[in-house]
Structures are given as structure tokens and as C-alpha cells.
Design a binder for this molecule. Structure first.
Ligand code: HEM
Ligand code: HEM
Ligand code: CU
Length: 329
């Protein structure tokens, strides 16, 4: 659930920091690492199932290794922001929010991953807090960031920024108010999956206030989503017309017209000459160079090895590889 959200976040944070994503290769390796390790950690949900404690320690080890690629990603997001020329668009705020939830939810994953601690915490609200932050909140923020970022691409209109900011702050604060207190009641021993906490003596008085607080915060957070729904619906019909490339992004989707044409582009399919992260390149005229701009057009900012690629570009153009993709209209 989280990996697609992290992909969108990588794109949005780089674009709005006006910087290449920090550690591009490490980011990809971490994604693959997380995807792979995810297959061999399942028994961390079974520490108290009566399994052999030695097997538990093996799964504890495998589980805790996942913290390494996770931390690489978290640090690289922060390092991408570092000294960037940051644009706090609503999509950017939601992406940064995702990183915040990913860190706070991931840290409790480390705690739960220790079988000795999990014996105490399993089936308590500490777990509910953990997975809502890392799965519920972080993935939802990735989705929302994606909608704010690509809305102009999808519908040709801009969403209202001010409503986006209000929506972000209410949701961001709201989610922490809902899920953070769950850590405390979880550590205090409050169990999950009880349909009514008022029916048991050990939960009746001790945790009631905190639970009431969580419920109120949840209603408040849900209510804040109405702002988003309104903004979405209103902007769909009445939003300001979007410019071709509103976030000054490098990626190819922003070169296609808004109307969904057969084959997406009216004429030739654009060729990709460079990676997606030529933001704030030293010497360049603008702080972004879209991927369909050949190196031969940017002599002022090319690195030596990129200059060598110009010869290759000519070769490709000569062969006109685009021909085979040409669509009749
Ligand atoms: C640093 C990475 C993570 C670690 C070390 C970790 C570890 C754990 C552990 C040990 C548990 C079991 C707790 C228990 O039931 O006693 C757990 C529960 C859970 N985790 Fe994570 N987690 C991590 C990241 C994630 C991510 C990225 C997601 C989803 C996007 C996720 C979703 C869940 C869910 C849904 C549960 C509860 C399952 C259930 O019992 O209903 N976790 N986590
Ligand atoms: C404001 C939004 C949300 C609130 C207030 C909320 C609240 C809760 C609460 C209180 C529980 C625990 C029930 C119990 O153990 O007695 C729960 C369980 C759960 N929630 Fe959420 N949730 C929200 C959003 C989400 C989202 C977005 C996801 C997934 C992406 C999610 C996935 C789950 C899962 C997997 C469980 C465990 C169900 C089980 O115990 O079998 N929740 N939720
Ligand atoms: Cu798990």
C-alpha cells in the first residue's frame, strides 16, 4: 500500500524542492529492498502464537533489517528538502506529511519488531497506532498528494490552494490527535478488537477519557475531508484553467495536452533524452529541463559525458524511431 505512495512522494518532493531526488540509486535499491524483505518478515505478527522463540528471533532479525532501507528513504527525502528552493504546494505539504507519518509509524514498527517488546504490546492499541500511522495516514497522504499534484493534468483545472492548505493542516494535526494517544493507551495495556470498552471493568474508567478524545478527533478529521471533497468537485468545473506545466516539472506527462487523445500526443511521441531530475542544474537557463529537451539544446549546462551523448541523439533522430509509433488520427 505504501510503496506506490512513496513513488509519488519521491516525484513530488523532488519537483517542489527544485532538486534531483537525493541518492537516486539508493532510493531505487531501497524500494526493491523493502519489496523483497516484505516477503520474509511475516512471522513478526506471530510472536505470541506459541512459535519457537528461536524462530521468533530469526524473524525479529529479518524484520529489523527492513529498517535500513526504510531509514535510507526517510533520510533521502529529508536530504532532498535540505537547501532546496522549496515550494509548499498542497501536494508538497501532503508529501512531507507522508514522510512525517512514515517516520513516526516506522519507529514504532521497530519497537514491535522486537519480539521481547511485542509480547507486551501485541494486540494492544499500540499496534493500532503503529499501522494507522504507517499504512493509513502515510498512504492516504500519498494519495492526496497525488491528487493535488496531478489534478491539473487529469482535468485541466487547478485546485484551490488555500482550501488545500486548510485541508492539509486540519488533516495532519487531526491524524496525530487520533492516532498518537493510541500509543499511550496501548502501552497501558488497552486491547484491540473489543466492540465495547464500556462493558469491562478494566477498561471502563481508566481509558474512557482518552477514547472519547480519540473519537472526537476522528470525527473532526473526517469532517475536514469535506473540504477536500468540496475543493475537488468545485475545481472540477469551476477551477482556474491549468497552464500546461503548472509545477514546472520535468516529466513527460506535462508535455501532453489535457484532452485524452488516442496515443496521448497529437503529433510525434516525444523522445526522452535525460533523467527526470534536471532541476536547478548549474548553468541552465531555467531551474528545470524537461526530459524531452535534447542535450544538443542545452550546451550551457551539459556535463562532459552528456556532451558525448549528443552524437547519439543525432543517430537516433536519423533512424527516426518515432515512426513506428505514429498513430493515425
Ligand atoms: C519499519 C518498518 C516496519 C516494521 C519493523 C513493522 C513491524 C510490525 C510488527 C512487528 C507488527 C506486529 C505487531 C503486533 O501485532 O504485535 C506490525 C503490525 C502491523 N504493521 Fe507494521 N511494521 C513496519 C512497517 C509497516 C508498514 C510500511 C505497513 C503498511 C503500509 C505496516 C502495516 C502493519 C499492519 C497493518 C499491522 C497490523 C496487522 C494486524 O495485526 O492487524 N507496517 N508491524
Ligand atoms: C481517521 C481514519 C481512521 C480511523 C479513526 C480508524 C480507526 C480504527 C480503529 C479504532 C481500529 C481498531 C479497532 C479495534 O481494534 O477494536 C481500526 C482498525 C483497523 N484499521 Fe482503521 N481507522 C482509520 C483509517 C484507516 C485506514 C485509512 C486504513 C488502511 C489504509 C485502516 C486500516 C485498519 C485496519 C487494517 C484495522 C485492523 C482491523 C482488525 O483489527 O481486524 N484504517 N481502525
Ligand atoms: Cu508485518
Amino acid at each position: 500500500m505504501l510503496l506506490p505512495a512513496l513513488g509519488m512522494t519521491s516525484e513530488i518532493i523532488a519537483t517542489n524542492s527544485r532538486k534531483p531526488i537525493f541518492g537516486y540509486r539508493a532510493m531505487i535499491a531501497s524500494m526493491i529492498g523493502i519489496a523483497f524483505l516484505a516477503f520474509i518478515v511475516w512471522a513478526h505478527h506471530m510472536f505470541v502464537s506459541g512459535m519457537n522463540p528461536f524462530l521468533g528471533s530469526v524473524f525479529m532479525f529479518l524484520t529489523l533489517i527492513i529498517a535500513v532501507p526504510s531509514a535510507v528513504k526517510a533520510f533521502n527525502y529529508i536530504t532532498t528538502l535540505w537547501r532546496g528552493n522549496i515550494r509548499f504546494t498542497p501536494a508538497m505539504l501532503f508529501s512531507i506529511g507522508l514522510v512525517s507519518f512514515f517516520i513516526s509509524g516506522g519507529l514504532t514498527g521497530l519497537i514491535l519488531g522486537n519480539s521481547a517488546l511485542d509480547i507486551q504490546l501485541h494486540d494492544t492499541y499500540f499496534v493500532v497506532a503503529h499501522f494507522h500511522l504507517v499504512m493509513g495516514a502515510a498512504s492516504a497522504f500519498g494519495l492526496l498528494a497525488g491528487v493535488y499534484h496531478w489534478f491539473p493534468k487529469m482535468f485541466g483545472r487547478m485546485m484551490n490552494e488555500k482550501l488545500g492548505y486548510v485541508h492539509f493542516w486540519l488533516t495532519f494535526v487531526g491524524i496525530y490527535l487520533v492516532f498518537f494517544p493510541m500509543h499511550y493507551i496501548g502501552i497501558a495495556g488497552f486491547p484491540r478488537r473489543y466492540y465495547a470498552f464500556t462493558s469491562y471493568d478494566f477498561t471502563k474508567n481508566i481509558f474512557a477519557d482518552m477514547n472519547t478524545f480519540i473519537s472526537i478527533a476522528a470525527i473532526f478529521t473526517f469532517a475536514a475531508q469535506l473540504i477536500f471533497i468540496w475543493n475537488f468537485a468545485y475545481s472540477l468545473f469551476k477551477g482556474r484553467r491549468a497552464p500546461q506545466n503548472p509545477w514546472k516539472s520535468n516529466t513527460l506527462e506535462w508535455t501532453a495536452p489535457v484532452e485524452a487523445l488516442h496515443g496521448n500526443w497529437p503529433g510525434e511521441i516525444p523522445a526522452v533524452y535525460r533523467w527526470a531530475y534536471d532541476y536547478s542544474k548549474p548553468g541552465a537557463k531555467d531551474d528545470f529541463i524537461p526530459q524531452n529537451v535534447p542535450y544538443s539544446q542545452t550546451p550551457e549546462s551539459n556535463l562532459p559525458h552528456e556532451n558525448e551523448l549528443i552524437a547519439l541523439e543525432k543517430e537516433i533522430e536519423a533512424q527516426n524511431l518515432n515512426d513506428q509509433f505514429k498513430q493515425p488520427h
